[in-house]
Design a protein around this ligand. Structure first.
Ligand SMILES: *Cc1c(COP(=O)(O)O)cnc(C)c1O
Length: 373
């Protein structure tokens, strides 16, 4: 049998010509997803969750695009993230809520960047009030048991009185535990509890729905929605992109293509063994760029339209792909794509969810933003 030379040099060189692995973000698709979410909940205002650097995609680019698409309410986890969003807004007026609440040591940041804390407990409300008060949100737990005032604590509050005397309530919210599972009875139970507990706060803006909640339908929309993952092109309920448009993909060069004989192994630990002669392409991307090591179970990349499986252990900077049968395409295109429209299923194969893959995208990836304003 002919054993081809390991490295078609032109392939290797042309791949390098276009540079190392990069993250490509389609800002027009992001704006389109914002409109899709707004159209799905026409009676409510559509906010945007841009915590964790907009799920790893860069809060600056994401915020500016969403503001241009009409978004006027943003949610971050921390005050530092909120300040970054305020800077990105560059004078466009918008409300920025800090979901993880009030951090007294950052009191100045809230004032200077105009951030609105979402208060999660009575002692936190007392600290906020003691620090001068002002506009704030209240998060009331209705069953997730993560953050939020208990319903009993919420029932001890009245707008304009006591702990709320020098606070202007800008929002009353809760968060769903199973929004991505429309069949779960927990959703209706949390909704009923939210309606009951929020009633005492009168005519305040109410918010319950993340992306999954928007997809649950109008009963869940209330006044303001808080989608995150849907903006970034992932449907949390089905893991398919629909009704959203994929926003990102990762594109990596094939640094070498080699022929591996029957019985030879690939990668650290020598655990993957060729069953017959295989053509293996080595992509210049690894777990330092955010690929999961566990992606070797069922993970794949796209070479053109073809799904090419990851073989062997993903290493820090390199990943082996079985491109047997696609040699010509590998030589011609010399680059492969990860994630894209497959993000949800690929995450599932690696034992995780699209959210985690996004927030793990590595700082080494070259970033390219397309379709911006
Ligand atoms: C992260 C988060 C969201 C956004 O959820 P998605 O599932 O990404 O739409 C909304 N609300 C709260 C409280 C969150 O923590």
């Amino acid at each position: 049998m002919k054993t081809p030379g390991a490295i078609p040099a032109s392939n290797s060189v042309s791949a390098r010509h276009e540079g190392p692995a990069r993250l490509i973000v389609n800002l027009a698709a992001l704006a389109g997803n914002y409109c899709t979410l707004q159209n799905l909940s026409p009676a409510a205002e559509t906010g945007a969750v841009v915590k964790a650097d907009a799920y790893g995609l860069d809060a600056g680019h994401i915020t500016r695009t969403l503001a241009h698409a009409g978004c006027r309410t943003f949610f971050t986890a921390t005050p530092a993230e909120g300040a970054a969003v305020r800077a990105a807004l560059n004078g466009t007026e918008a409300r920025i809520f800090v979901l993880n609440g009030y951090w007294p040591h950052s009191a100045r940041l809230y004032r200077e960047a105009g951030l609105t804390p979402v208060i999660n407990a009575l002692d936190e409300l007392a600290a906020f009030s003691a620090g001068g008060g002002g506009a704030c949100g209240l998060h009331i737990d209705t069953g997730l048991n993560r953050l939020g005032l208990s319903e009993t604590d919420a029932a001890s509050l009245l707008p304009g009185e006591g702990l709320l005397a020098n606070c202007q309530l800008a929002l009353v919210m809760s968060h769903l535990a199973c929004a991505d599972e429309p069949g779960r009875e927990m959703n209706a139970r949390q909704r009923a509890r939210f309606i009951a507990v929020s009633a005492r706060f009168g005519d305040v803006t109410r918010s319950l729905a993340n992306t999954g909640g928007v997809l649950l339908g109008p009963d869940y929309h209330f006044d303001l929605t808080r989608p995150g993952i849907g903006l970034y092109g992932v449907n949390p309920a089905t893991e398919a992109p629909e009704p959203f448009t994929p926003v990102l993909h990762v594109d990596a060069p094939l640094l070498q293509v080699r022929s591996v004989k029957d019985g030879e192994t690939v990668g650290y630990g020598a655990r993957w063994q060729a069953d017959g002669q295989r053509t293996i392409a080595i992509a210049g991307i690894g777990y330092a760029d955010g690929l999961m090591r566990s992606a070797r179970q069922g993970g794949y990349a796209r070479l053109g339209e073809a799904a090419v499986p990851i073989v062997g252990a993903v290493s820090m900077d390199l990943t082996a792909l079985d491109v047997t049968g696609h040699e010509a395409l590998a030589a011609e295109t010399a680059r492969v794509q990860f994630y894209g429209a497959d993000l949800g299923p690929v995450a599932g194969a690696a034992g995780t969810i699209g959210y985690e893959l996004l927030t793990r995208l590595g700082g080494r990836l070259e970033r390219r933003y397309e379709g911006g304003v």
